[in-house]
Structures are given as C-alpha cells and as structure tokens.
Ligand binder design. Structure first.
Ligand code: SAM
Length: 241
C-alpha cells in the first residue's frame, strides 16, 4: 500500500514512521509512505502557505495553490488531470468537518492501493481543495486538534495494521474491539496474584470452553456498560463505531 502525506510539518512523522510495526513494515517494503512538505511547493521568496480568510474572522487559511501543486506534482499529474488523479488515488482531507472515522471506514481504506492524506493547519484549508482535489473528508473524532498531522498518523496506524503482513500475529485482529460489534474482553497476564488482586479463576482453569464463554460474556457486559449504543450483541447491533 502507498500513502502520501501532505503537511507543513513533515518532521512530526519521522519517529512514528520509524518505530514499531509501522517502521518494520516500511523497511520490509510492505508499506510505501512518503511525506511531502507543502511549503516546498509554495511560490515566492517567503514560500507563503497561508492567508487571511475572505469575509474576515480570526486566524489564517491554507492557500489552495501550494496544496494543489504538492499533490499533483508529487504524484505526477497535471492540473488538467484531476479527474484521473481522483479515480486512482483516494485523496483525503483531514478535518473535524469530515465524515467520522470508524472501524468500517478503516477496513474500507485498508483495501485501497493508494491513499493521499492532506493535513490542515490554522483555520483549515481553502474549501476548493476539498471540492476539486479531494475524494473524501475524514474526522478522527468530535474534537478539534491544532493540525491534521496526528489525525493522519491515526489513519495510517489504524489502516495499515489491517494490511496483510504488517501485524506479526494477524489472528489478533479477529477478536479485537469493534471487529464483531463488541468491545474486547479484559486481558490479564502473569502474575496470577498481584498484591492480592487475583485474575478471574476461569482464566487459569485450563478449560478452553469456559474461558471462551467467560470472555464472550465479559465483552458483552463491558460493551453494555461503556458503549450501550453498540448494542452489546456480537455481529453488530447499534452503529458500527
Ligand atoms: N477551523 C476548523 C473548524 O472549526 O472546523 C478547525 C481547524 S483545526 C485548528 C486545523 C486542522 O487540524 C484542520 O484543518 C485539520 O486538518 C486538523 N484537525 C483538527 N481536528 C481534527 C479532527 N477531529 N479530525 C481530523 N483532522 C482534524
């Protein structure tokens, strides 16, 4: 899978893309992630990427020209080829005004070959970028960040761990939270008794059937307590989150 990221703060991505499973998958060539500095595509001596909003109001807005130039030129398309670009690449604007991210969206994106993520700053990006360059808008939740970089990293991390070969143990995807409409059951490890706090007896019983049943019930109970809108039923019930 290829992911191109557009940002005015490319250094933010250095460590997260170097460490852990993500870094390993990049080094193995399973993922091709390229970070582009939008400022490199800005014109003028000051390489200005922002300007005051038309109509007044606080803050600045990211200008359209450097963003269009960064995406089209880095991907090898002309400004007269935006239709083809949008057909071949999923171009996503990260914005709190976007469609809210959930596991169903993550699964859909994990099947794509090529994604471009545009990170806003200031008051956001000129709307013509959304209208004429982007195919999607995505919000990682109902709160406002100062920039799209951490949102892009959330998208990268959640989407790429579903790409075959990225996770060491793909089996762990099967019973994860949201995978079957429930949040996951509680997990415990050694020691079985820590300061007098014991793990549930059934987990050390060696009875695999009883462990399965306990986990299913614990997952339902936790889901009903923390996220009742999910329905607490396996295989769905309530909105997929
Ligand atoms: N003025 C915008 C609004 O009220 O909708 C908020 C702009 S925010 C300060 C700057 C940038 O952070 C956005 O352009 C976007 O790229 C990113 N951002 C902030 N919150 C986000 C979220 N929940 N999901 C995705 N991106 C977000």
């Amino acid at each position: 899978m290829r992911i191109d990221v557009y940002t005015i703060f490319p250094d933010i991505f250095e460590m997260p893309l170097r460490e852990g499973l993500l870094g390993k998958a990049i080094r193995k060539g399973i993922l091709d992630i390229r970070v582009h500095d939008v400022r490199d595509y800005a014109e003028g001596r000051h390489r200005q990427v922002d300007d005051a909003p038309f109509g007044g109001g606080p803050g600045m807005v990211m200008k359209p020209e450097p963003v269009f130039a960064a995406v089209t030129r880095s991907l090898g398309y002309g400004m007269d080829e935006l239709g083809e670009l949008r057909e071949r690449v999923r171009v996503v604007m990260l914005t709190p005004r976007g469609e809210r991210m959930n596991q169903a969206k993550v699964e859909e994106m994990a099947a794509l070959e090529h994604i471009a993520l545009i990170c806003g700053r200031y008051e956001g990006v000129d709307e013509r970028v959304i209208e004429h360059l982007c195919t999607d808008t995505l919000s990682i939740g109902d709160y406002v960040l100062s920039g799209g970089e951490f949102a892009a990293l959330v998208v990268i991390e959640s989407v790429t761990r579903l790409v075959p070969g990225v996770l060491g143990n793909e089996e762990s995807l099967v019973c994860e939270s949201f995978s079957g409409g429930l949040l996951e059951y509680p997990q415990y490890t050694r020691p079985a008794d820590y300061l007098g706090w014991k793990v549930p007896e059934v987990l050390v019983s060696g009875d695999h059937g009883a462990v399965e049943r306990w986990r299913r019930e614990a997952a339902k109970a936790w889901t009903m307590k923390k996220r009742p809108e999910l329905g607490g039923r396996e295989g769905g019930g309530g909105d997929v989150l």
